[in-house]
Design a protein around this ligand. Structure first.
Ligand SMILES: Cc1ncc(C[n+]2csc(CCOP(=O)(O)OP(=O)(O)O)c2C)c(N)n1
Ligand SMILES: [Mg+2]
Length: 351
């Protein structure tokens, strides 16, 4: 299966004319702004974890184009079902740094008030949210709404039974759902070569009876174009699409991981040469869109959001541990209630 690419790693336009290339200049520069701000904010998250302010963090470094491109072409009423690494998509959706940080501080479940922005909480249990995305898509279908849902999955997530069930169900029901797999080559320390024997992830779509598209996940314009096409299909009642965005996880799996124990250094170098931001910069420059004013705007917003994040996190009060139990069920069960009391009593004894 060939890979859709509109801008090559050296920043020049490719000869692929199957997809739209006529985005207005303000959209082109807005995409750039989000790529750069996503990287800056992501680095600040890593810094804050290293400084002991966050328990854990899963960086999106290297995957910014895959996330920004995919989220940018959607409507604000289309529901996102993220895995846990989608800072770029959250940023585009208008989710504030403090909302993103709450989960990594252990202060709130899955992201604070994400649902107000039509974004499901992040999902640590791999692939369970693929089913939620299909269910939500079927609900929209039955309500006669024309919204679309997007399940963000990793390459590792495609090996889960839940993903299979979700894709099969979606195809049979013609659910308005897009399965967006960021193939970042690794599932913690397991390389994608050990994940599946098929030649590609996108190629598996045929087995479900839906279209499959492989896209250069480091090319923001290509990601935008293929997601726009898939969302349009879904909205028109033509059913789901499986997109495989081929990209690379440039950092550790999470801040608790040491990738030097398994990741070949040459691989990292190879992918650094395909950096999504460097490539898009050159592209904008050659189209006379990379102005000093734009750089200034981007730097100002990056600094503002990093400050916002830092201020929300540093010296924030410790979370209320009891809350851990409160949202498991609509009404707490007697067993959970007893466990809650026991935990609070033990903590009270220690302090
Ligand atoms: C059901 C389940 N099994 C195992 C894990 C442990 N786990 C956490 S992340 C991860 C790898 C996921 O890889 P991938 O889907 O490629 O996403 P990536 O982290 O690369 O973005 C695994 C196995 C989990 N969280 N949930
Ligand atoms: Mg992966």
């Amino acid at each position: 299966m060939d890979t859709v690419q509109l801008v090559s790693p050296d920043g020049t336009a490719t000869a692929d004319h199957r997809y739209r290339r006529d985005l207005p200049p303000e959209t082109l520069t807005w995409l750039y702004e989000n790529l750069v701000v996503a990287r800056a904010l992501d680095s600040e998250f890593v810094n804050l974890q290293r400084q002991g302010e966050l328990a854990l963090y899963a960086s999106c470094r290297g995957q910014e184009a895959a996330q920004v491109g995919a989220a940018a072409c959607l409507r604000k009423t289309d529901w996102l079902f993220p895995q846990y690494r989608e800072l770029g998509a959250f940023l585009v959706r208008g989710i504030a740094p403090a909302q993103m940080a709450a989960v990594w501080r252990g202060a709130w479940h899955g992201g604070l008030d994400f649902t107000q922005k039509c974004c499901a909480p992040i999902s640590i249990p791999i692939a369970t949210h693929a089913l939620h995305a299909v269910g939500a898509a079927m609900a929209a279908q039955r309500l006669g709404e024309d919204s679309v849902t997007v399940a963000f999955l990793g390459d590792g997530a495609t090996s889960e039974g839940d993903t299979h069930e979700a894709m099969n169900f979606a195809a049979v029901e013609k659910a308005p759902c897009v399965f967006y797999v960021q193939n970042n080559q690794w599932a913690i320390s397991v390389p994608v070569s050990r994940q599946h024997a098929a030649p590609s992830i996108a190629g598996r779509a045929a087995g479900y009876g839906m279209p499959g598209v492989r896209v250069d996940g480091n090319d923001v314009l290509a990601c935008y174009a293929v997601m726009a096409e898939a969302a349009e299909r879904a909205r028109a009642g033509e059913g789901p699409t499986l997109i495989e965005a081929v990209t690379y996880r440039m950092g550790p799996h999470t801040t608790s991981d040491d990738p030097t124990r398994y990741q070949p250094a040459h691989e990292l170098e190879q992918w650094a040469a395909r950096d999504p931001i460097a490539r898009y910069r050159i592209h904008l420059e050659s189209n006379a869109l990379l102005t000093e004013r734009l750089e200034q705007r981007v730097a100002t917003r990056s600094a503002r959001l990093c400050t916002e994040l830092r201020e929300a996190v540093v010296d924030a009060p410790d979370p209320d541990v009891g809350e851990l139990f409160d949202t498991v069920f609509a009404e707490i069960t007697p067993v959970l209630s007893a466990q809650r009391e026991q935990l609070l009593a033990e903590i009270a004894k220690e302090t």
